[in-house]
Design a protein around this ligand. Sequence first.
Ligand code: NDP
Ligand code: 8X3
Length: 254
Amino acid sequence: MKKNMSKIALITGATAGIGKATAELFAKNGIDLILCGRRKERLDELQQTLGESVKVTTLSFDVRNREAVFSAIDSLPEHWKSINILVNNAGNAHGLDTVQNANIDDWDAMIDGNVKGLLYVTRAVLPGMIAKNDGHIVNIGSIAGEQVYSKGAVYCASKFAVDALSQGMRLDLLDHNIRVTNIAPGLVETEFSLVRFKGDANKADQVYKGLDALTGADIAEAIFWSISRPAHVQIADMLILPSAQAAATTVRRK
Ligand code: NDP
Ligand code: 8X3
């Protein structure tokens, strides 16, 4: 029987990978969903399928667009504004290049999306949580937010920033009873590398070749576990690696 938690979660980046798997798992557990992403047709599909088990609404916006973020969240009907769980998952790497050679537009995409986008969404959602004196924010960081690897300086910097923001939010929101969890995955096989390599499927496949990478569903389980702990328990930080990975670029391939 489905457990009805009577909670509302807003998930950014719900159209693929970790965010989509999280939406699916939350729906199985009776959590109503506000699903966000730029690809509206994918949001519509998810609304159709997951809407069979829980209430689902969608917001299509680019997290880099400050105005779009605030007006999308402001457009929610009053009931939907009562968000209990925010999963700040939207983000990507763009390019794998040295600082001296990287495309500067890629830097903008990573800093604006992974850092400023996460901040905009958080700021737009927080008033409702503060008013209720209750909430849980899950930020998706990365092993790249703990270890820097060659040609990944700016992506890593964006994920170090996510780690700092998780720590800062935990301090600032302490008196408002809002829990903050930072989840830092290692290699997860999603559309991530396809985006990083600008649609080059061969390059993307090489990243996961010969190893059992994590799946979006593995990370979704960790997210769900974190948000379903008793009220007095705050999971602050979680680093999750495939068994075949020891450090950011140290893996065992078959
Ligand atoms: P995917 O590429 O599969 O999914 C990324 C999601 O983010 C999509 O739903 C995409 O939606 C959304 N997104 C990206 N940029 C924007 C934007 N500017 N505005 C709105 N939505 C955006 O990758 P993952 O699922 O792997 O990535 C999810 C998170 O996990 C990211 O923050 C990533 O950095 C992090 N991560 C991933 C790891 C991995 O190995 N895959 C490891 C560690 C962390 P749409 O394109 O429809 O807008
Ligand atoms: C994604 C994991 O190692 O490709 O954050 O940077 S990695």
